[in-house]
Design a protein around this ligand. Sequence first.
Ligand SMILES: Cc1cc2nc3c(=O)[nH]c(=O)nc-3n(C[C@H](O)[C@H](O)[C@H](O)COP(=O)(O)OP(=O)(O)OC[C@H]3O[C@@H](n4cnc5c(N)ncnc54)[C@H](O)[C@@H]3O)c2cc1C
Length: 379
Amino acid sequence: MDFSYNDNQKMISDMIQKFGEYHITPYVRDWDENQIFPVHVFKKLGELGLMGVLVPVEYGGSGFTYNEYVTAIQELSILDPSIGLSMAAHNSLCTGHILQFGNKDQKNKWLKKLATGEFIGAWGLTEHNTGSDAGGMATTAVKDGEYWILNGTKNFITHAISGDIAVVIARTGEKGDSRGMTAFVIEKGTDGFFSGKKEDKLGMRASETAELIFDNCKVHENNIIGDIGEGFVQAMKVLDGGRISIAALSLGIAKGAYQSALKYSQEREQFGKPIFDFQAIAFKLADMATKIETSELLIYNSSFLKNNSKSMTKEGSMAKYYSSEVAVEVSSEAVQILGGYGFTKDFPVERYYRDSKLCTIGEGTSEIQKLVISKQILK
Ligand SMILES: Cc1cc2nc3c(=O)[nH]c(=O)nc-3n(C[C@H](O)[C@H](O)[C@H](O)COP(=O)(O)OP(=O)(O)OC[C@H]3O[C@@H](n4cnc5c(N)ncnc54)[C@H](O)[C@@H]3O)c2cc1C
């Protein structure tokens, strides 16, 4: 297998680096400190084709594979993990759900707007009382003629305030029945559809996380994705692909932290020599580099399977689980290598360290990934 970047990946990498120099890097600290979600950046990413990376050209997307998608998330996450997270949530979750399970009319209606960045997408599965156990959700949808009336609140939703459209999973059957939930597309401005409290977070502060509230929200049956009762099963399949994107986000964080630490270790002198010359520091960097390459191989493997429409639940979970834990470990070691300076906001490693923790939680915690992997290896 050839793991080097193909021409598209090289083009995406160069494009993001050039774009980031002017539109991301100078603002990262301000966005982080003030929890600013830079909507305008996502409009520009839409112009660059990065808001519909996997969407076919006929629906206004770039028509790329997971290889290019992983490259894009990784490169954006090196610059700012919050931008990587939001781009991943938009592409994999909201857009990905409509792409995988929407009918032709729904794809024509919404994919073009999502793929070009005209619409920013949200995806609502989690609730206050049901995160890992999302199937126990309380939000209900009750049929009323051609409409469905939704009531309840979704929690921790990326783009719940700035999003123009959301794919939301609600209960249409009995609690505990995995076939008792249905996916609805809801546009901003729909009666009874509101944003709620915005979270004040440890990391990923430039990625907006808030509540979505449904108060007798009336949604037409044409906005149901796929069949009634299929929403939860669809969501689990959407998360299979989504896990590759969180793994790519983790890889970007680990690479960013590692590169900062490597550079610093060659510049910083103590006891008359660069700290890289101390084996304790060089071995940390050796461990970091090895774990990053291992993450990369797991991500390539799950992307390969996904590109070829092969089963990849186990491999995607392994990539997400391992890469996210590595992102936390590597960014923590990067702070250690920078010593006191690593603890300040003058260097990016403290932000990578804070941002990395989301990767072991979002789209299924590490414990849930181990549950998925262990179930798969018994099959
Ligand atoms: C920044 C951010 C963005 C997010 N974006 C979205 C989004 O766009 N859309 C969306 O729907 N959700 C989103 N989420 C929600 C996210 O997916 C959940 O937070 C995650 O699934 C964990 O759920 P929870 O927070 O309720 O934790 P809980 O499920 O309450 O878990 C708490 C702890 O218990 C452990 N645990 C739970 N069950 C088990 C078990 N069976 N075995 C072993 N351990 C277990 C967990 O691993 C964890 O350590 C986001 C979250 C964050 C923080």
